[in-house]
Design a binder for this molecule. Structure first.
Ligand SMILES: [Zn+2]
Length: 502
């Protein structure tokens, strides 16, 4: 069945049910900023915890850190952000409105990837692109640095300028030595971090997709450059299947990904080394575990012109949004030793590690996930509408509530029993109790906010001690004893997806 979910559907659900609110709405809104509502805040927490659990807690070779948001300005000189983290803006010569040059071209159906200001200028003239607001003529593209800056301390001088981090990654590089020394880390190992990042986007757009304040979950995995093909976990993902679109294929005009085995992609040289391949597969395994379908995920290699200055090879994991096509939700780069070497150069500190008796500056593979983008993919994947009735079929791992408890009616002691069961279960599952309106309306609301299981207490409960468990995705109802309800709920939640009907 073709999904017809639109961006409006997702936005409306999020606003109506308290997943997200436009920030500063009482003051007329604040473009590029969203606040998490109660349901979104729960989902975010679960998503980050699940990521931490999968990539940090249960592995043993990855250390978690949590760095500062306002960061030493030298960090960003070393990383190259002060110099080259820029977009080009054009200003309307008549009304003064400013636009991102490449977005204006994209909106006119012209595909652009990392063009020089001269090329942007030429394309704007050739295609006679004018101010979308007033039709006025546009000026020449000017560079605009996307980092937010602030002043630290009372003196507002040039030397007091600091930056809000535009990515969490650099805090990992600047703490590399600390982790090696304090934790006794040896190669290969990783450092993980989640947290806010800030980019002064010229034109925030597509709801949660291009925000000025957003959250990242990043890993830098350090490997001896001589051992990029010595990955002890490789056999566990060798046969993993994914959809790939290589740089070469894109240069030949292909835009459809093809299925491939990870092992084959390494053998044929599509993915540069086994560690890079391993991290691509691990990332996809986690995204699929969250409920994103394999067919809705593809791995697209960056073509030369879009490759960042620090990367030897980058692959984006893209999700197929029915309303805006394939969009990046994760990037996996081979950043080589670029960052550590730059920080050595700018700080004068030695950032080596000893491996096999030799001092080495490790290479790094970086899986970098966008929290809001993944949340948007999960909401899109789960959103189903049937005869105006919305069901959010999201994984119990990230569902804002795992359980809802209802009394069929508010009398004859049924409500008393239902509250008793609710209080017994709510310490184990994030649950809510609802006795308002009809039972049908309560089920409808629970479906809409993605509650996987509803537990209903009725007259029969008082007689034989059984309750009804209703499954969101199939509307199936099972009758179980109160004393075994917890075990059954646990079984059901851990065996999701129950049935894939969409
Ligand atoms: Zn104008």
């Amino acid at each position: 069945m073709e999904k017809t979910v639109t961006l409006d559907d997702i936005v409306n659900l999020c606003l109506r049910r308290g997943f997200f609110y436009p920030s500063g709405k009482i003051y007329g809104g604040f473009r590029g900023f969203y606040d998490y509502g109660p349901l979104g805040a729960e989902m975010r927490r679960d998503l980050i915890n699940d990521w931490w659990n999968y990539f940090v807690e249960t592995r043993g070779d990855i250390y978690g850190i949590y760095g500062a948001v306002i960061t030493h300005p030298k960090t960003w000189e070393a990383s190259g952000h002060v110099e080259s983290f820029i977009d080009y803006i054009v200003r309307c010569t008549r009304c003064g409105e400013e636009y991102r040059a490449d977005h204006l071209l994209e909106d006119a159906g012209i595909k652009v990837v990392d063009l020089t200001p001269e090329e942007l200028s030429r394309l704007i003239r050739e295609n006679n692109i004018r101010c979308p607001k007033c039709g006025g003529e546009l000026g020449d593209p000017q560079p605009f640095n996307l980092m937010f800056s602030t002043h630290v301390g009372p003196k507002h001088t040039k030397s007091s300028i600091a930056y809000l981090r535009p990515e969490t990654a650099q805090l990992i590089f600047t703490n590399f030595k600390n982790v090696v020394f304090t934790m006794g880390a040896t190669l290969p190992f990783g450092i993980a971090q989640y947290g806010k990042a800030f980019r002064n986007e010229i034109s925030p757009r597509n709801f949660l997709f291009r925000l000025r304040e957003f959250e990242q979950m990043e890993i830098e995995y350090f490997v001896n450059p001589k051992k990029m093909d010595e990955c002890p976990y490789f056999s566990s993902i060798e046969d993993f299947e994914l959809y790939i679109l290589t740089a070469e294929e894109q240069e030949e005009g292909v835009d459809e990904a093809r299925p491939a085995r990870v092992g084959e992609l390494v053998e044929t040289g599509v993915i540069g080394n086994k560690w890079h391949a391993y991290w691509i597969a691990e990332s996809l395994k986690w995204l699929e575990r969250l409920g994103l379908r394999k067919e809705h995920l593809r791995v697209r290699e960056h073509v030369k012109t879009e490759l960042a200055h620090y990367a030897a090879q980058t692959f984006d994991v893209e999700y197929l949004f029915p309303f805006m096509g394939w969009k990046e939700i994760e990037g996996i780069s081979n950043r080589t030793d670029y960052d550590l070497r730059r920080h050595m150069e700018y700080s004068g500190e030695e950032l080596h590690i000893v491996d096999d008796g030799e001092k080495v500056v490790p290479y790094v593979i970086e899986p970098s996930f966008g929290v809001e983008r993944i949340l948007m993919a999960l909401l899109t994947e789960g959103y189903t509408k049937h005869k105006k009735r919305i069901t959010l079929k999201i994984s119990p791992r990230v569902a804002p509530y795992k359980l809802a408890v209802f009394p069929l009616v508010n009398k004859e002691g049924i409500d008393v029993k239902a509250r008793e069961i609710y209080h017994a279960l709510k310490n184990r599952y994030r649950a809510y109790y609802d006795d308002r309106g009809s039972i049908g309306k309560r089920y409808a609301k629970a479906d809409e906010i993605g509650v996987p299981i509803c537990l209903t207490v009725d007259g029969q409960t008082l007689q034989d001690g059984t309750v009804t468990l209703r499954l969101r995705d199939t509307r199936e109802q099972v009758r179980v004893g109160v004393d075994e309800a917890e075990r059954r709920i646990e079984e059901l939640l851990s065996s999701w997806p129950w049935r894939r009907g969409y």
